[in-house]
Design a protein around this ligand. Structure first.
Ligand SMILES: *[C@@H]1O[C@H](CO)[C@@H](O)[C@H](O)[C@H]1NC(C)=O
Ligand SMILES: *[C@@H]1O[C@H](CO)[C@@H](O)[C@H](O)[C@H]1NC(C)=O
Ligand SMILES: *[C@@H]1O[C@H](CO)[C@@H](O)[C@H](O)[C@H]1NC(C)=O
Ligand SMILES: *[C@@H]1O[C@H](CO)[C@@H](O)[C@H](O)[C@H]1NC(C)=O
Ligand SMILES: *[C@@H]1O[C@H](CO)[C@@H](O)[C@H](O)[C@H]1NC(C)=O
Length: 433
């Protein structure tokens, strides 16, 4: 398949411009990441789901309320973006992915993944932040979003998180599928209802957030064409109906694309053959995030909307993309064993900057939160389906070459923690004022 050809394009110009000038070490890290992501991209893995995490807004002081085990209400401010995974038997064994209809390639238990220790970890925020991340509480989540529309918008990591949320809620409340694409394999736009709480949950495929044609819609095409002056139609048409909008994307920006502003070509990424300026992917990503947050934080639609932007959740391809052991780890990285990569850190910074700028412009009228999952996701190479994206992959012996999914997370799996943090964000209350 074309995957390999594109993997060799990693020598294209660095996507940094302006003030960012990475040193040799950073360049090396960048190349390693880029090649991993490019190879990944080719595997057609990106149609699906995914998402992120939470950080205290630099502009507003919020408090988080929680009830301790004596039933006493305590308040503290929490930063979940830094921390470590600690052993906690059974923590992520909360649902059966088959019963909530998760995407087959993420249903690791059904697919025969033999180890299950990856379900025994919980995220412990850094001691310095002085807080615990409570277990997911379906009743509390349902109460927080009663009568609302919770929408996930973005790439397959947005979908991965949407499906996690549906499963976490379904374990305590009946639900139904309201809508799904004709081809259930694609999972481009799905909607679920929880009638007990008049709750709607939706998942919108919009990997560039902006309007895009080409490869993101049709895998026979070699690149995507992205219009950075226009949001993708389906989600932006529904934006006014969203009470909680979780925006999560990133991986498609690493792939070959041509970017337009109306009819003007802004530049290309990994498409030197088209003879336009290589503009990398950081500025298009920034523009897409900016435009989306602006739309959601702007006037119109629901009052009290909460806009949540997830940070980048990196993949963990350690070898060739089709090496059956490319992501075969069984435990999280230990603290200090792996650092957040240069590019994920850049993308995270863009989310922080753009959400802070939007909150300033908006004067606090719409709550804008960052769901910062980059560190916690970086530390979970063990949480991906790997070869267990296929059912019983070794039923006929161990093949030499086999595609792995080292990007999305197993369901159940570490992505459930994204929703544990989402709940805490939704329940934050403004201090003072
Ligand atoms: C999950 O649910 C399916 C369908 O109800 C069932 O066949 C399967 O045994 C369950 N798996 C586990 C591990 O309980
Ligand atoms: C359900 O929620 C919608 C808004 O999402 C609202 O318009 C409608 O009145 C609610 N229905 C009931 C029965 O509460
Ligand atoms: C996808 O692209 C290929 C190659 O350009 C084209 O032949 C095919 O008709 C397209 N499929 C759809 C569904 O648009
Ligand atoms: C697109 O063009 C308009 C009008 O010239 C300009 O205001 C806007 O900043 C441009 N957007 C991008 C992403 O370059
Ligand atoms: C690429 O663009 C440059 C500058 O615009 C031009 O001189 C050159 O002929 C172009 N090359 C191709 C192959 O079109």
């Amino acid at each position: 398949m074309g995957a390999y050809d594109q993997c060799s394009q990693k020598t294209s110009p660095l996507p940094f411009h302006g003030s960012v000038s990475p040193g040799p070490k950073a360049v090396f890290a960048w190349l390693a990441l880029l090649s991993a992501v490019l190879c990944l991209a080719l595997l057609h893995l990106l149609r699906g789901s995914q998402l992120g995490m939470a950080v205290v807004s630099p502009l507003f002081q919020y408090i988080t309320s929680s009830t301790n085990n004596q039933g006493v209400l305590s308040t503290y401010s929490c930063d979940y973006s830094e921390g470590q995974w600690v052993w906690s038997p059974g923590h992520a064994r909360r649902y059966n992915g088959t019963e909530c209809n998760v995407k087959d390639s993420e249903n690791c238990v059904r697919n025969g993944r033999p180890d299950s220790g990856y379900l025994d970890w919980r995220w412990q925020p850094s001691a310095a932040a002085g807080c615990q991340l409570p277990d997911f509480d379906a009743a509390a989540f349902l109460a927080a979003v009663r009568g609302k529309h919770v929408a996930f918008v973005g790439d397959s990591m947005a979908r991965n998180q949407a499906e996690s949320l549906v499963c976490l809620l379904a374990a305590s409340s009946p639900y139904s599928m309201v809508y799904r694409d004709q081809d259930p394999g694609t999972r481009l736009f799905w909607r679920w209802a929880f009638p007990s709480h008049n709750l709607t949950v939706s998942s919108y495929w919009a990997p560039f957030l902006a309007r895009a044609t080409g490869r993101s819609e049709n895998y026979s095409m070699t690149y995507s064409t992205v219009y950075l002056n226009e949001l993708a139609e389906r989600w932006s048409a529904d934006a006014d109906s969203m009470d909680v909008a979780v925006v999560s994307t990133g991986h498609w920006f690493w792939r070959p694309s041509i970017y337009y502003n109306g009819s003007e070509v802004l530049g290309t990424h990994l498409l030197s053959g088209l003879n336009h300026t290589e503009i990398g992917f950081l500025s298009p990503y920034r523009e897409a995030i900016r435009m989306s947050v602006q739309r959601l934080a702007g006037s119109g639609g629901r009052t009290g909307r909460v806009v949540v932007v997830s940070t980048f959740s990196p993949s963990h391809f350690e070898k060739a993309w089709d090496d059956p052991t490319t992501c075969a780890r069984k435990t999280p990285y230990r603290e200090g064993e792996m650092e957040v990569g240069v590019i994920p850190a850049e993308l995270r910074k863009i989310v922080r900057e753009e959400t802070a700028a939007a909150a300033t412009r908006n004067g606090g009228a719409t709550r804008i939160e960052v769901l910062d999952v980059t560190k916690l996701a970086t530390m979970r190479p063990d949480g991906h389906p790997g070869v267990y994206m296929h059912r019983d992959p070794f039923a006929r012996g161990v093949p030499e070459r086999l595609q792995s999914d080292c990007l999305h997370f197993c369901l159940p799996g570490p992505v459930d923690t994204f929703n544990e943090i989402l709940l805490q964000l939704l329940n934050k209350r403004r201090l003072g004022k």
